[in-house]
Design a protein around this ligand. Structure first.
Ligand code: 5GP
Length: 171
């Protein structure tokens, strides 16, 4: 298996700074409830939170599919939130939006808990793969349809701590 660099560490850091600046302006004077989608978004969420000026509170959620295959598209909450988000300003922090299924499901799930506001921030977006349209409020990078690893992205649990985003050339 060969991994080729797609987005450098420097480019990721710079883009996260820009996203943090935008988020800081939009949430000025508020406290932001980060809902971090495990496990892929963990690294991104920490880096983003450190650069955001308003107060950030963290909670984590894990979504999985019943069968483990993409084709069924049936999702469930595997690990649920601890916090009560009613009346809170919630920002979903995702690693990647691919088909849009996870985010669409998550948005409906979180909306039912009546937050004051609900926005989405993703590090990476694969627009060509979209099946369900979900508006993105903060988007790090649009990429082509490649399978990426590093900076939180895994293949079978490996490579999450690579400091840049690479793609798999061949398996
Ligand atoms: P969805 O298709 O529901 O938008 O995305 C589901 C999940 O698929 C993402 O949260 C992510 O965990 C995984 N995924 C999609 N594309 C990639 C990729 O290129 N690399 C890795 N490691 N995971 C991906």
């Amino acid at each position: 298996m060969e991994i080729k660099e797609l987005i450098s560490k420097e480019k990721i850091e710079k883009r996260i700074e820009e996203l943090a600046e935008e988020i800081s302006k939009d949430y000025e004077g508020k406290s932001i409830e980060f809902i971090v989608v495990l496990k892929g978004a963990a690294i991104f969420a920490v880096e983003l939170a450190m650069k955001v000026k308003p107060n950030v509170r963290f909670d984590f959620i894990e979504i999985s599919s019943y069968s483990g295959t993409e084709s069924t598209g049936v999702l469930k909450v595997n690990k649920d939130l601890k916090a009560d988000i009613e009346g809170k300003d919630v920002l979903i922090v995702e690693d990647i939006i691919d088909t849009g299924r996870t985010l669409s499901y998550l948005k409906d799930y979180l909306r039912s808990k009546k937050p004051n506001s609900l926005r989405i921030c993703t590090l990476v977006n694969k627009p060509s793969r979209r099946i369900i349209d979900v508006p993105i409020d903060y988007n790090g990078f649009d990429i082509e349809d490649k399978f990426i690893v590093g900076y939180g992205f895994d293949i079978d649990g490996d490579y999450r701590n690579m400091p840049y985003i690479g793609y798999i050339e061949k398996i």
